[in-house]
Ligand binder design. Sequence first.
Ligand code: BGC
Length: 877
Amino acid sequence: MFAAVPVIVKAQSPGRADDLQCEHLQNPLGIDNLQPRFSWVLLDDTRGARQTSYQVIVYKENGETIWDSGPIASGDHLVTYAGKALEPFTKYTWKVLLTDKDNHPYQPSATASFETGMLQKQNWKGSWISDGTDIHLKPAPYFRKSFMLGKAIKSARVYIAAAGLYELSINGKKIGDHQLDPMYTRFDRRNLYVTYDVTNELQSGNNAIGLLLGNGWYNHQSTAVWDFHKAPWRNRPAFCLDLRITYADGSIETITSDKSWKTALSPVIFNSIYTGEHYDARLEIPGWNRADFVDTTWKPVIIRSAPSGHIVAQTLYPIRAVEKIPAKAVKKFSDTNYVFDLGRNIAGISELTVSGKAGTIIRLIHAEKIHPSGHTDLSNIDVHYRPTDDSDPFQTDIFILKGAGTETFKPRFNYKGFQYVEVVSSAPVQLDKNSLTGYFMHSAVPEIGQLQTSDLLINKIWQATNNSYLSNLFGYPTDCPQREKNGWTGDAIIALQTGLYNFNGITVYEKWLADHRDEQQPNGVLPSIIPTGGWGYEWGNGPDWTSTIAVIPWTLYEFYGDLKPLKDNYENIRSYVSHINDLYPGGLTTWGLGDWVPVKSKSPVELTSSLYYYADATILAKAAKLLGKTEDENNYSALAEKIKNAINKKYLNTTTGIYGSGLQTELSTPVYWGVVPENIKARVVANLAEKVRKDGMQLDVGILGAKAVLNVLSENGYADLAYQLASRKTYPSWGWWMENGATTLYENWKVDAKNDASLNHIMFGDIGAWLYKALGGIFPDADLPGFKHILLKPNFVTGLSRFKASYYGPQGLIRSSWRQTGRSVHFEVVIPANSTATFYIPREWKLKEASKMPGAPNKDGSYELSSGTYSIQLQKL
Ligand code: BGC
C-alpha cells in the first residue's frame, strides 16, 4: 500500500510538506497540550499531486527521537502527537516526510519547533502578588525587582500570568508586542499565562524586571448595564511570574514573583477597558524599570491567592496594534479644540504627540460619528453606560502634560471604536494632522482570504465586513468595540464563516469555547455573553444565540478537518441540548430573541429558535457518530427528527410550500438549517424568490434571516437574485451603508437609527462568507473536511464581469476566478495538492469543450477534479 520512507533516500518529487504548524500556530512557545496537533500543507502544484503516506518525527534538543510515527499510509494533514511524555520547559523540533502519489518520497520538510510551557501548575515557582490596595483605588501599580546574573546565559523565558492586564519590561525595554494581554477569561475559573523568549534582554551583572498592571475586565471600575463592576472575581490586579534562566553550564535559576518585589503607583491614574485611560505625565518615575533605580521609597508587595486553580497557556494569536492609520484630516475649532478624522472606522487606540504647559489637561474623545457642527457625537454608543460621576467619561482618554517639550501619549489598557478623535485641552496647544495617529487593534489572526471583483461596491462590502470582523475580535468575538465589547454569542454564530474564510481564527475560537465551558451551568445553560460577570443567564441566551457551543465546533471541523473542538465540547453540547429537551419536550422552543433588528417584519421566535435547536441536535448526532458513540447518535438523530417534524407540522403548509406567513426569514431559515422536505424545497425557495420580488426586490430580514436569505437563493438556483440583493445600493442593504460612507458594517439597516445604532457590528456580516461560496463556489465538504474535498459550485452572476477569490485553507491555496464576456465565461480554478473537488456546472451554463475535462461527468453532470490548475470555458444556455 505504501513505501517506507527512509530518510536517506533521495527525494524524487520536487514537492514537500510546508507551513508546519503545531496547535495551529507556527513554532509556538509555551504550549500546555500534552498531545499537541501537527499539521502541514503539501506543496506540489502538479496535477493530481497528493501524499500517499506521512511520517512525523519529533526530536529533543539533544537529537533524541521522542516520536517517530513511522510511515503511515494516509492523506491526513493533521495528526496528534503520540510519542513519549512531553516534558515542561522543553524545546522540540519536528519534521514531516511524505510520499507522493507514486509512493516516491518527497523532499523532507524544513524543521519546525514547539516549546512546552508549565504543563502542570505545580511547576510554577512564583507566588501571586499585588500591591495590596483595594478595588476602588484608581492608579495602576508598578512592580519591580532587580537581580544579579553572573554566569553565561544559554536561554531565558518569562512565564507571566495576570489577573488584569500587564505590560512587562526588562531593563527598561517593553517585552513583546502584545496588547491587552492576557486575554479575557472568566478569571475565577481560568487564567492565561504567556511565554516570552527573553534570552537577549538579560545582561550579565544587574538586571531589572518592571511590570505595570492594568484592570482590564478583572477590576471593572466603570459602571454599565451588564454589571461587570459586580463580577464575582473582581479584585485588585495581581500577577505571577517566573523568569527561568538556563545557564551555559546547564544549571537553572528561576527569578520569581515573591515578597522581595517592590511596588509604587504609576502615572496611569485611571484605566478602564470600557471607557478610557487617564495618564498624568507629571507623575512619571524616570528609570523605574531599570536596574540602577533606587526603590527604597517603594512599598513591599503582598502575596495573594491565585485567582483560580486553573492557570493555562495562552495558545492563540495575540492582540496587536496591527495597522497604523495616520489622521486624514483635522479641523481646528480653536487652539484648545480640534477634531481629527482617520477616514475610516476602527477598533483600537490613538496616539497624540503634543507640547504644552505642565498640568495642561487634554481630553481625547473617541467617536464614530460627528455632529453637523463638526464636533464628536457619542449618542449612538453611550446608551448602556451608567456613570456615577463625571470622572470617567466614555470613550475618552485624559492626558495631563508634564510640560517638558514634545510628549506622546498612547493608552495601554483600553481600546475604543472610533473614526474621529476630538481633542479638548485646558490650555492652548498647537496641533496639526500629524499630531494624531490611529492604531487598528485586534487579535492578530493571519489573513488567509482575498477577494476582488469588477463591482467596486462588492469589494467595499467585503473590506468593510473584514474591518468589522477584526474590530470585534479581541481574544473572543464581540458585538461591537465601543458600546459593549461583549462576547455576544449570537453575533459570533453569524460571523463565524466570514471569519474562517478570511482569517486563520481557529485558535481564538478554541479559546472562546473554553470560555463557554467555564460559563456553562451544571444544567447545561449558557449565558448570552461569554465571558460574563454573571449577567446574561436570564436574557438573550436561547438557542438562536448560544448554539455557539455546537455550531462553532462543527464549523471548525468542516473548515479545518480537526475533530478536537467537537471532542472537547461534546459533553457541553450534550448537556445544552438535553436541557432544551427537558424544558421543551415537544420539540419546539420559544426560547430566544428571534430575528434581531429586522427591516420591518418580525418572524416568530419559536420558528427560528427551534431551527437552531434542530441544528444543535443534528450536530450532536453527527459528532456522536464521528466519536463512535452509537447510542447517542441514535438518540440525537431521533431528537433532531422530532424537532424537524414539530417545526414542519406547525409552520409548513405542504400544499403551498409556505412557512408561517411567508416572510423572507420564515422562508429562508428552514431551508438554510435543513428542515425542509426535499420534495417541497424547490417550492419553498421559489416562494422566497417571489416574496423578495413582492417586497420590492429588497431585504426584509433581521440578523437571522440575513444569514440565510442570500445563501438559500444562490444555492438553489436564484444566484442572480441573491447578487441583486447583495449589490443593492438603496435602503435596506449593505450597499446603502457603503453609499453613506461606511467602512465597517452597521448594527442597523437604517443609517440614522436612534436605537441599536452602532457603526461597527458584525451581525449582518455573513455576506463575507457568502461571496466565497456563492460567487467563488468554494464550499467545504463535511464528509472529507478541512477542504480535503471541495464542493465547487460557482455562480457566474448577471451583472458581474470579473470575480477572483483565493482562500488559503488547511490543504493550501484554493483559487477560483472567472471572467464573463457576453454569454461566455472563462473559469480558472486551483485545487491544492492533497485535495480534490467536485465541480458543479451552474444551472443555465454548459461547458464549451467537455472533451477537455478530465474524465467523464458524474450522473448529475458534475466533474471530479484532482489537484492542479484548471482553465474551463463555459457558455450560457
Ligand atoms: C448587542 C447585539 C446582541 C444583542 C442581543 C445588543 O446590545 O450589541 O449585537 O446580539 O444585544 O440582543
